[in-house]
Design a protein around this ligand. Sequence first.
Ligand code: PMP
Length: 289
Amino acid sequence: MSTKIPKFVCRNGEIVPSDEATVSVFNPAVFSAFGVYETLLVWDDVIFHPAEHLNRLWRSAIAIGLPFPWGAEEIVVWLSQVKEANEFHRGRLKVIVIGPPPGEDSPLCFSWPWPEMEIPERAYEAGVSTITFKATRFMPQAKTMNTLPNLMAKNAARASNAHEALLVNFREEITEGATSNFFAVREGKLLHAPENEILTGVTMSLVLEMAKRLGIPVEETPLPADQIESWDETFITSTSRKVLPVTSIDGKPVGDGKVGEITQALMAEFEREFEAYIQAHKEGDESGS
Ligand code: PMP
């Protein structure tokens, strides 16, 4: 069994040993991916922006017609409980809502701790390499269990020794990463794909607010893959990575192949805000956003 498997899982508010956290083969999540999920970051016992993640979980459920009978506060309590039961202080929390099981009306909510994504410091200093991968996510604004395109893209990245795969749609435009949002910088302007074609990341939203405060102009625009050479900088964002520079796509350097100025400014600002958030929530109200 993977060492990542935690001792305890929370099932609809009840802490159970992880080998009891099972799902029937008849659950519609198995055959039809009828479910939604979130990944949250925990640092020094503080959950980073839980309200935003749980709001997106709820919106994703509504989008696919999955009943969602709980309030965000209730799920935050469950997350704290499963964190404590596993004596978990840093890393990620996974939450899935699936079902309902056959013959039942209520869905199942499972949550559990998961280790941090291991990213060497050097990746933030020198940037990572990526590949492009032809795939389109179904209902991209919802974070559903229909993650086959993400999985295949991630496998392709791994096979090429790349950190991430960038999804390319049928119009040959880069939309987002397999598990991240994608940004490009051209002539001082921050570019990102149209939001109706991507998952609006919690990290992405924070980065867009920071860009505004730092006076960096932002444009929501298609990002044709044949324009990669016109970009000076690129980076990806996600809960697990924060802001991570991308210095190569499909084996070719982006810009001069070094981490650019705007990427550096946003990385530094994100780190500052992250630290401030964790400090502010350490002994206080963890349920706040
Ligand atoms: N797009 C996709 C397809 C993802 O899986 C993720 C990871 N949740 C993101 C974007 C980034 O979202 P967030 O910043 O909320 O982690």
